[in-house]
Design a protein around this ligand. Structure first.
Ligand code: 13P
Ligand code: SF4
Length: 305
């Protein structure tokens, strides 16, 4: 079968079986083309709460599929590729955070959405990269423990100096590996380009950027900008998608190492198999865990707007 034939079969099965496909912007182009909705973690969470279809296939990583299930427990939710997890989501566990809450009773716990459902049961509010600053600003609490990403946390703390934000040593192994020197060298190699980076990068990289934002934020910025050249400091797929969207502009990945193997794990054939009912993994969460964990997702949507 050609790519086009596989795509046509997916589109046919979607209609026949009342399936909605959500795809994170890091997915391959041929997957984005068959998706009903694409976007960053925040946009996908909001869409997950409103979609009417009886089955949702999430092309992304496990915590994203779990978020869909939490918001739509009555739906059949399938993670397109069962091995696609986010390593950052596994970095901290319930025990650690419960201990911290005992040590710091006057702090509230703000969790990046890149966490497990289990961990969300002991957190107060979730944020995504695009909503973190807006949400933390609105919190009544002054004292905050931000988990697990210390780089996103440092970015938020810098925007909101009036809050006392404690960080833990977690983060994205893909983004955090980019060095300040790589950013300097990329800027020297492309002196006319603007540097756009994800807040999961270390502060020494973000500080050199012209824009820091989520995957969708970076894409919107580049599409709307009058500038012609951009160095893209997030997963290389974003530079590739932007190059197709804006053929008159030039996009350079900040590093060829900015590849998330988990986000790249889903193939178009995985999506086809999910539509056939013969692939992926159905997400099953017990109702009690959903009830405890979704409070912080609901609060994120309430404050994130
Ligand atoms: P976004 O919310 O910006 O899409 O980020 C998700 C993610 O996993 C980035 O590495
Ligand atoms: Fe997780 Fe980083 Fe991959 Fe995003 S890029 S899914 S944070 S490992």
């Amino acid at each position: 079968m050609t790519i086009k034939e596989v795509q046509n079969e997916i589109i046919r099965l979607k209609k026949e079986k009342d399936i909605c496909i959500l795809a994170h912007s890091y997915q391959a182009r041929e997957i984005l083309e068959v998706a009903d909705f694409t976007g960053d973690s925040y946009a996908l969470s909001k869409l997950a709460a409103t979609t009417k279809n009886s089955t949702v296939i999430m092309c992304g990583v496990r915590f994203m599929a779990e978020t869909v299930k939490m918001l739509s427990p009555e739906k059949k939710v399938i993670l397109s590729c069962p091995v696609a997890g986010c390593p950052m989501a596994e970095q901290m566990d319930v025990e650690l955070i419960t201990q911290l809450k005992k040590m710091y009773p006057d702090y509230i716990v703000v969790a990046y959405i890149n966490t497990t459902t289990e961990l969300k049961t002991v957190c107060d509010v979730c944020v995504t990269s695009s909503s973190a600053v807006k949400i933390v600003k609105q919190l009544d609490a002054e004292n905050i423990i931000f988990i697990p990403d210390c780089n996103l946390g440092a970015f938020v703390a810098k925007q909101i100096p009036e809050k006392n934000i404690k960080l833990l040593q977690g983060g994205c192994p893909v983004h955090a590996a980019i060095t300040a020197e790589e950013a300097e060298n990329a800027k020297k190699s492309h002196p006319n380009a603007e540097l756009l980076v994800h807040p999961e990068c270390i502060p020494a990289v973000s500080e050199q950027a012209d824009y820091v934002g989520s995957t969708s934020g970076i894409m919107d910025y580049a599409v709307k900008s009058d500038k012609k050249e951009f160095i893209i400091g997030t997963e290389t797929s974003i530079a590739e998608h932007l190059q197709y969207m804006c053929p008159d502009k030039r996009f350079y990945p900040l590093s060829k190492n900015l590849i998330c193997p988990n986000m790249k794990a889903t193939t178009l054939v995985d999506v086809l198999n999910c539509c056939k009912g013969d692939g992926g993994e159905e997400i099953l969460l017990d109702p009690d865990t959903i009830a405890k964990a979704r409070k912080c997702i609901d609060k994120m949507i309430e404050l994130g707007g």
